[in-house]
Design a protein around this ligand. Structure first.
Ligand code: NAD
Length: 367
């Protein structure tokens, strides 16, 4: 029986996760059999245990087939010690599960094309996937410090460092994903000014030659990639890039699609030797939105689409994922909108629960 650990977290996390639980319930009533366990992460875990994620919760996360996370943080915990701040729970999950591949789809639903910062024709039908290396590079490389030079100057040092195996494994994820999409990968780095970019380029090229010759590979300098993402984003299928460039490029791509309430993500680890299943954490891109928490205004779609990613990437249930994504698309096409999706033309927003119910009704219609 597939096992899901739900960590709803803080703020709107539990509100949007409540709708995901309804969706899981629907799938369980229609042929699937997810076993769901729930636990605490973030500020609520700090309140209960004095830690942003407890060892017992970590153990459950390590055993689960997939972890679904809502959001963590909020003003209530602004003053707690740094090591136990809510975000530390998220970082520990990513680190201990060794989630090195971050998947950020940027998909534009036609009904929301006018929410993009770009013109409708540039984003209509957009469907790209950014694969970002998540555990290496300049955010983690040593030395990482601010040195006092003793002459009134200080020197800040961050170290960009990548080993061959780190590039090989993220490139492999990107090529594998491309095979079940439009079969194209664009690798982005800065080989013109960075040694890590030279190695990145060489290793991606080698992995392609050795194992993925059937996939179309192109290379682009990351700054040019940023320009192309806002000039002609539909030219891309899968983009693979390092931690730093991926952080920025995935946020740029996200805004092409409109609201923060619509963006899912997945973080994957290495395949398990026995089962072949990757450790995985699925979460919406947005935070805990304290400004709207408790008001039934949150859009649950980002969290619901994160569950669709879990169906696709952890449970080999691509058809169920397609069906859920189609239900979301239909509901949006019918004009059902949470407050964040109400444009200048106005309209009456639905609540978080009403959006979840509308998606479930649509799932039922498609059955
Ligand atoms: P946020 O993403 O929580 O909110 C930014 C804006 O978007 C707010 O106006 C919010 O109301 C709106 N918004 C976000 N999600 C929405 C949704 N589903 N439906 C409708 N509107 C939505 O970012 P923030 O305000 O910078 O951060 C708030 C807290 O969340 C902070 O404590 C921050 O550290 C934390 N945070 C957590 C995560 C995470 O858990 N992965 C990510 C980002 C921020």
């Amino acid at each position: 029986m597939p096992n899901l650990l739900i960590l709803a977290g803080d703020g709107i996390g539990p509100e949007v996760m409540a709708e995901v639980k309804k969706v899981i319930g629907w799938f369980n009533g229609n042929g699937m059999d997810f076993e769901v366990e729930e636990d605490l992460v973030g500020g609520c875990a700090y309140d209960a245990h004095g830690q942003a994620v407890s060892d017992a919760t970590m153990e459950k996360a390590l055993q689960a087939d997939a972890v679904l996370l809502g959001a963590v943080g909020g003003p209530k915990w602004d003053k707690v010690p740094y090591e136990v701040r809510p975000e530390a729970g998220l970082l520990r999950l990513r680190k201990d599960l060794e989630l090195f591949a971050n998947l950020r789809p940027a998909k534009c639903f036609d009904a929301l094309a006018d929410f993009s910062s770009l013109k409708r024709e540039l984003v209509e039908g957009l469907d790209i996937l950014i694969v970002r290396e998540l555990t290496g590079g300049v955010y983690f490389g040593e030395p990482k410090e601010i040195r006092d030079l003793g002459n009134g100057q200080r020197r800040a040092i961050d170290t960009q460092v990548y080993d061959t195996y780190e590039i090989e494994r993220i490139a492999s994820v990107a090529f594998e994903l491309a095979r079940v999409r439009d079969n194209r990968v664009c690798s982005m780095e800065k080989r013109n000014v960075m040694r890590s970019g030279v190695l990145w380029n060489e290793v991606v090229t080698q992995v392609h030659k050795d194992r993925f010759g059937d996939v179309q590979l192109s290379h682009m300098l990351a700054d040019a990639g940023g320009m192309q993402l806002v000039r002609a984003p539909k030219q891309f299928d899968v983009i693979v890039t390092d931690n730093l460039f991926g952080d920025m490029l995935s946020d740029v791509a996200a805004m092409l699609t409109g609201s923060l309430g619509m963006l899912p993500s997945a973080s994957l680890g290495a395949p398990d030797a026995a089962t072949g299943r990757r450790k995985a954490l699925y979460e919406p891109v947005h935070g805990s939105a304290p400004d709207i928490a408790g008001q039934a205004k949150a859009n649950p779609i980002a969290c619901i689409l994160s569950f669709a990613m879990a169906l696709r990437y952890s449970f080999d249930a691509g058809e169920a994922a397609d069906r859920l994504e189609r239900a979301v698309e239909q509901v949006l096409a019918q004009g059902t909108r949470t407050a964040d999706l109400i444009g200048p033309a106005g309209g009456t927003p639905v609540s978080t629960a009403q959006m979840g119910d509308a998606i479930i009704a649509e799932l039922g219609r498609a059955a």
